[in-house]
Every structure is written in structure tokens, then in C-alpha cells.
Design a protein around this ligand. Sequence first.
Ligand code: UD1
Ligand code: CA
Length: 451
Amino acid sequence: MTLRSCHSVVLAAGLGTRMKSDLPKVMHPVGGLPIVGHVLKVLSQTGSSRLSVVTGPDMPELEKLVGKLAPEARCFVQTDRLGTAHAALAASAALEDAADDVLVLLGDAPLVTSETISNVRQSLSDGADLVVVGFEAENPFGYGRMLMKDGRLLAIREEKEASEEEQKITFCNSGIMGFGGRHALELMRAIGNDNAKGEFYLTDAVEVANAKGLKVVAVAGTEAETQGINTRSQLAACEADFQSRKRAEVLESGVTLLAPETVFFSHDTIIDPDVIVEQNVVFGPGVTVRSGAQIRAFSHLEGAEVGNNAVVGPYARLRPGTVLGKDVRVGNFVEAKNARFGDGAKANHLSYVGDASIGAATNIGAGTITCNYDGFLKHRTEIGAGSFVGSNSTLVAPVTLGDGAFVAAGSVITKDVGADAMAFGRTRQQSKDGMAKVLREKLKKAKDQKS
Ligand code: UD1
Ligand code: CA
């Protein structure tokens, strides 16, 4: 059966006081992507055709972020924070023309899977009027408890209203709910605020729907995917779960991780099969690694592309804009930024290569530095193919070295070097025969006279 179209509302107006942060809670990153970004991403993957995000007043940076991550989303401001039902209703202008289904998600729970979202949508398409995702909580404290009877969801009881008996229930509300579009607004509007917190609880939609004789269904998710973030330690726990999930995915796809628990990924890391990743490697956002490549121990990569069979590290740092071709070698203590390495190019030791392009099969000797910054502007270094830059060379950009150029070790290169030219940018060496012996004797005599 095909899924009906759906409109998703992400609730993100909360201040996140317990994070003790100036940044809105849902903007803190997990796997390098803001919490709310994960929710938007999974919604777009599951084909939610329309999207609304409810933000709080004075959260322009959150609105900007949503505009960037999901340009199709409409943002609504919930001025007073009067509860989750009140928050969902802030988007009622968008929901009014929604003849399709409505999903409500919490913006502070980033690990929800597309599988669970699809289950909710399937259940609605199969005829449920209201669907709630529940999970077995290890410690249910603080969650709304799902009151089930004979497989039916009767009500959701918030912690503060739950009786001692109800508090023992471990099947909890994840906060993800699906409404048959025809009923969504009507159910939300019927919710009152006669409870301990004086808030409009979206969870009360369950009792309202049951009273109307509608079909209410619980769908099971896992605690790992539904966990919400309220504190920094929950943020850390969520990050850890995100990393385990990503490691499992990467291993499953055919990548070798020598010590999986020491490798850290971003939400968008792309690693082809048959890549080997050694111990203690960090992948910041925007990294792609092609098949056959090796990322050796203690390397840090961000915004970089690593070509087939390239070897990076140990102890290499690839910063944004680095593109390594096939068979490239970037070795220990080499930092590259905004730099393109042609196939087979090498920078094996102790270099900084920034704002540069290095031709195929060119060798960058140990200790070579591109001086790309003059304190005001950045400049480029262009090096052709098959060139050789001797150790400890300083390339003062802007500067161009032609194909097959050869730079003598220890040079300071300030002018362009033509193709197949050899450049010496250092003082000429002088050797004086016998001079060392003369000097030694003179110094020894001076020392003897002193003592
Ligand atoms: C909520 C659920 C609870 C569930 C838990 C799962 C209600 C009443 N309770 O509790 O059953 O087990 O999530 O994590 O729904 N928000 C607004 N405006 C508001 C209030 C909240 O936008 O006025 C947003 C928050 O930004 C947050 C989300 O709604 O993203 C959930 O709010 P929160 O206060 O964290 O609810 P919980 O107490 O965790
Ligand atoms: Ca919460």
C-alpha cells in the first residue's frame, strides 16, 4: 500500500534551560549536525512532503538554520511556551490546508530512524486515526507512560500526573505522534490544560481520540532512537549512540575499522567499501573516502576528499577544501587546506600545503611550507606535474612552479619557476679547506688561557 502524503511539525520552541547554554538546545550538534537537523534529514528521507518547525521567540539563529537545512520548511513562533499541544497549534495555519496526515516530532530527539517514521505513516495509511511511538525505557522517570489495555493505547500519563502504579510502567511515549489529517486540528484544539503543570499536553490527544471512538495505535521504537536531549550529559550519551550506529553502518558496508570505538564520524561521512581506517581517527563534517584508501592512525579530516588507494597519515590533518587524487600520499604531520593533490602526488613529512594545487606525481619534500597568507589576504601556490620541491622549502604565494620544475632544498621561492627549470633560493655554500682545524686550535688555546 502506498503512503499518503504527510505534513510534519517539529516542536523546537523549548529553551533547553538545563543545557545552560546561550545556544537554543536543538542547535547543539550531534555527529557534527545540529540536533534538529537530524530530525529534518530523516523527514526528508521518508518523503514528508510538507514541513513546519515551531521555534520560540528570539531564536532568529534557529530560523536561519532551518532555512538553510530545509528551505521548504515554514517556521512558526510559539510566543508563550504553554506545552506541546500549544506548540503544535502554533503551526495550525499550515495544518489547516493539510488534508493528508500530520506527524508531530520533538526537535530534541535526533536519532529517530526513517524506519520508525515509515511505520507511523504506514499505520496511518492503514487506517489508524492516531499513532504514538512508544519504547521500553530502562529508566522511565520523566517520560509520559503509555497506558495499554488489550493492545489498545488508552491514554498517556505524564510523570507528574501518574499514580504510583502507573509510574511503574516502562513503556513510554517517545513524543512522536501521527494524526490522520482529518482529525489533527480538532484533536489538538480539544486538549485542555487541567494538569499539574497547567500546560496543554499533546499526549492528551490519546484520551480525546478514544472518547471520540477513533482508532488509536501504539507503534514500538527503541530507546536508542527516541532518547531526547535535555542536558549536556544526555547530549554526550546521544553522541555516543550516534557514533556506535555510524560505526556499525560503516563496518556493515565493507570498511575495515581496526579499533571501531576510537574512530569518530560525522552525520555525512562517506566511506567506500575496502577502505582501512586505523586507530584514533576523527572525521569532521564533509569527508569522502574512496575505495582502497587507508586512513592511518591519529589523523583528523574535515571537508576533504580522499581518492582511490591514497594513504593519509599517520598524524595527518586534512582541512576543508582538500582533494587528494588516486594514490596520493600525505604522511605524518602534514596539514593540507584548500589544496588539490593530483594522482600520485606525495607530501610525506612535516608540511603545510594551503591554497595550493599540486600536479600529478609531484613530490613535496619534508618541511615544505606554502606561505599562503600575508596577514591580510590569502594567495595561491600552483605546482605543475612531475615536479620536485626539495626539503625545507618555503613557497611564498602567489607563486607558480611549472611541470617538471625542481626546487633545491632549503629554498625560499618568491618568483615563478618555469617548466623543467631548477630553482635555488638560498645562499651559495662555501667550503674552506683546513679551516675547521685552524678554528679548533684557536678556540682550544683561548680556553686553555682562561683556566
Ligand atoms: C515530552 C512528552 C512525554 C514524552 C517525552 C519524550 C508531553 C506533554 N510530554 O515530555 O510524554 O515521554 O516528551 O521525550 O508532550 N516544546 C515546545 N513548546 C512548549 C513545550 C515544549 O516547542 O511549550 C518542545 C520542546 O522544544 C521540545 C519538545 O517540545 O523539543 C518536548 O518538550 P519537553 O518539555 O522536552 O517535553 P518532555 O517533558 O520531555
Ligand atoms: Ca524532552
